[in-house]
Design a protein. Structure first.
Length: 206
């Protein structure tokens, strides 16, 4: 919406009425003068002049954004109030513009300025939404990075644990092998002792 409003400003700002001479109605710089300027065009029955004035209001308000955002909002708020309070008279006046193309464009511009929220007309909503989306994307990236890092660490811990388990198993296997070997050696000694005993018994029996 904000982009569309800005495009309207670029398309309709500083408008001249074809065949009507110079119909410029420069928007005043002060909020206090804006209502008087609008009323002057309406009272004079100058539809082209009112169109030109309204076309320049948004551009003028945008020029205040950097140094005085509050003034920019107040400026557009004043314009909106006037356009809404005098909607019927303004609609009738614009309808009398002889150039049908200009009349249509005037209706579009006046509707845009009078109905859109001030923040949208000033492009602030788009900027805030864009910043919010940027923060959300950045946060999502950080979450993904943290998730990947955690998964990587978990994988490392699992691998390290598996290595330790395998090492312990290998150590146990070595101990078991050593014990089995000692048991077999002892068994051999016992067997040999039994053989010797049997041999001695056989000699004594003779």
């Amino acid at each position: 919406m904000a982009v569309a409003a800005i495009m309207l400003t670029s398309c309709f700002g500083k408008t001249e009425a074809p065949g009507q001479g110079d119909a410029q109605a420069e928007a005043p710089s002060e909020v206090s003068d804006l209502g008087a300027a609008l009323q002057s065009q309406l009272s004079a029955g100058n539809g082209e002049g009112l169109f030109a004035l309204v076309s320049n209001i948004q551009e003028k308000a945008m020029s205040f954004i950097k140094d005085n955002p509050a003034k920019a909002k107040e400026y557009l708020g004043t314009a909106q109030k006037f356009l809404k309070d005098n909607a019927a008279a303004i609609g009738e006046l614009v309808g009398k513009i002889s150039n049908s193309d200009m009349a249509t464009r005037a209706q579009e511009v006046i509707k845009s300025v009078s109905e859109q929220p001030v923040d949208q007309l000033l492009g602030l909503v788009g900027a805030v939404d864009g910043a919010a989306e940027g923060l959300q994307d950045a946060a999502a990236d950080k979450v993904d990075e943290a998730k990947d890092a955690i998964e990587e660490k978990v994988g490392e811990v699992k691998d390290a644990a598996a290595d330790k388990v395998n090492e312990a198993k290998d150590a146990m296997d070595k101990v078991k092998g050593a014990v089995d070997e000692k048991v077999n050696q002892a068994k051999d000694v016992v067997d040999k002792a039994n053989d010797v005993k049997d041999a001695v018994g056989g000699l004594l029996g003779r």
